[in-house]
Design a protein around this ligand. Structure first.
Ligand SMILES: Nc1ncnc2c1ncn2[C@@H]1O[C@H](COP(=O)(O)OP(=O)(O)OP(=O)(O)O)[C@@H](O)[C@H]1O
Ligand SMILES: [Mg+2]
Length: 257
């Protein structure tokens, strides 16, 4: 039986008069890819920010591995194993691929688990343990020829792959990704989709993925949750959601995804 890793219950989030998240619940189980879809402004990023602690919901709870984490900081959640990639690009342009991936280990270093390593802002005291872990991630993401290349010299698709590598450096128990494929061409999307599937299969890490490309979503997801105006309007396996009249009408009325 699959265990529930993350459970959000009736989350609500307002910005002044705007209700970004009205009532969203979501359960994510071990080894599941859960896609979150919905028209622009539906509340997807706001909901992810409540999961990772960047926003505090006005009501509702978030449980991670059975523990209520609703009041915890983003840093504490990251330490517990919640990794996050953001809309846009979050890599360090003037650092190499390997240095970017090493930066993902930062929370483990600061927590003192493997103390003695100081690495930040270009200052490094190389530590075999973290270097080996970074190398594993570099191989896993097929970045070997680029390990010493400055990230600023790379194209957008590769930078997003490195952002994923940085998130993997957290040794996550769940991975939360906000539109990782936005701005990518078909080949780059295919590559990233393959890595996402590999992360689930080889590492059994559940993934919450906001994505606008319906073809990708329907191809790789185990569960799809559709959000419109801050509420879940449909959820279930891709085939069920795809043919749900409520989903079809939300997309026809709310713009193309
Ligand atoms: N920091 C903020 N302050 C005020 N309003 C916000 C803020 N963040 C989001 N909103 C509003 O909340 C609503 C939901 O926005 P959100 O970014 O969560 O949507 P989304 O589903 O991620 O959209 P997209 O597909 O365009 O990324 C929108 O009306 C947006 O304008
Ligand atoms: Mg968004």
């Amino acid at each position: 039986m699959r265990n529930t890793v993350l459970s959000a219950k009736s989350l609500r989030l307002t910005f002044g008069a705007i209700t970004a998240v009205e009532d969203i619940s979501l359960q994510v189980k071990t080894g599941q890819i859960c896609a979150l879809i919905g028209p622009n402004g539906a509340g997807k990023s706001s909901f992810l920010n409540c999961l990772s602690g960047f926003y505090s919901p006005s009501s509702g709870t978030v449980e991670f591995e059975g523990e209520d984490i609703t009041g915890l900081t983003p840093f504490r959640r990251a330490e517990m194993g919640m990794a996050r990639t953001f809309q846009g690009n979050q890599t360090y342009q003037s650092m190499t691929v390997r240095e970017n991936i090493l930066s993902g280990f930062h929370s483990q270093m600061r927590s003192g688990l493997l103390g003695g390593l100081l690495y930040w802002g270009g200052v490094q005291q190389e530590n075999a343990h973290f270097i080996n872990l970074a190398e594993e991630i570099i191989e896993f993401l097929e970045l070997e020829p680029l390990r010493n290349t400055l990230v600023g010299e790379l194209g957008y698709g590769l930078r997003k792959r490195i952002d994923l590598g940085r998130a993997l450096g957290l040794n996550p128990k769940i991975l939360i990704m906000d539109e990782p494929m936005a701005g990518m061409n078909t080949e780059e999307k295919g590559d990233l989709a393959r890595f996402i599937l590999d992360i689930r299969d080889a590492r059994n890490i559940p993934i919450i993925l906001v994505e606008h490309d319906m073809e990708v979503v329907m191809d790789i997801s185990d569960e799809v949750t559709v959000i419109d105006w801050g509420k879940v309007i449909s959820s279930g396996p891709p085939d069920k959601v795809r043919s749900d009249p409520k989903v079809i009408s939300a997309y026809l009325g709310g713009g193309v995804v």
